[in-house]
Design a protein around this ligand. Structure first.
Ligand code: SF4
Ligand code: SF4
Length: 63
């Protein structure tokens, strides 16, 4: 499933550098995680470095 990045992202770029699977990319307005590439790796380093706390688990999302 992978994690997701919310709109609070300020595009600091920290998470992209931490991802061992290169699952994080930059968009025009924010960064995003390619769910097929995110293995929810041990420790979730992307979550730890995010200053905005805007990387979350995907919980039974409807959309
Ligand atoms: S949980 Fe791991 S694999 Fe998934 S985006 Fe974050 S750093 Fe990358
Ligand atoms: S670390 Fe957080 S604020 Fe920085 S680019 Fe990644 S998701 Fe956005």
């Amino acid at each position: 499933m992978g994690l997701k990045i919310t709109n609070e992202c300020i595009k600091c770029g920290a998470c992209e550098l931490e991802c061992p699977n290169k699952a994080i990319y930059e968009d025009e307005s924010r960064y995003f995680i390619v769910s097929e590439k995110c293995t929810e790796c041990i420790g979730n380093p992307c979550v730890k470095v995010c200053p905005m706390n805007c990387i979350n688990k995907r919980n039974n999302e409807k959309k």
